[in-house]
Design a protein around this ligand. Sequence first.
Ligand code: HEC
Length: 159
Amino acid sequence: MGKSTLAIMSAVFGSIAVLASADGHISDKQIAAAIKARQSQMQLHAFNLGLLGAMAKQETPYDAAAASGAADNLAALASLSQAGYWLPGSDSDSVEGTRALPAIWASDSKIGEKGKDFVDAALAMQSAAGTDLGALQAAMGPVGKSCGGCHESYRKPKG
Ligand code: HEC
């Protein structure tokens, strides 16, 4: 992992603990807005990964420019600060309309590591996607795994 990845990661998830210990009052409205924002970001993850996945599976023809565009978007999404999205009290035990498990906010939470896996995989995809179909296909697995790895531990199953 390069220095820039580390810098990105601390920007993305580094402030969760800080937020959790800040003692300001957080309104229901703020909680609802934060949940909407993080779910919207996840929808953009899924959309861009979907474009890449369709090419990887050859459901749509490989197009280097389109693949690079989607991979650039994924890398850009991975670089956004998410600190404001993960407000304490916005977990699935505390409020309706979210599948974010309380474990995200636990003192032994590995959410930062899961986020780092995603950043690393997204940056690797960004380098690979425009090269050729084989490179894109090879980069798909780690990205998919990084999404699934976080969901497995920190997203409540549907139902
Ligand atoms: C570091 C953890 C983490 C990573 C990495 C991650 N997710 Fe998520 N994802 C979550 C959590 C937590 C939720 C539940 C959010 C909520 O309901 O408030 C979620 C929810 C979602 C949802 C449902 C959104 C909605 O509208 O309810 C989709 C779709 C999704 N993720 C796709 C992805 C894809 C695709 C990737 C990888 C490209 C990814 N996620 C990477 C943690 C992660």
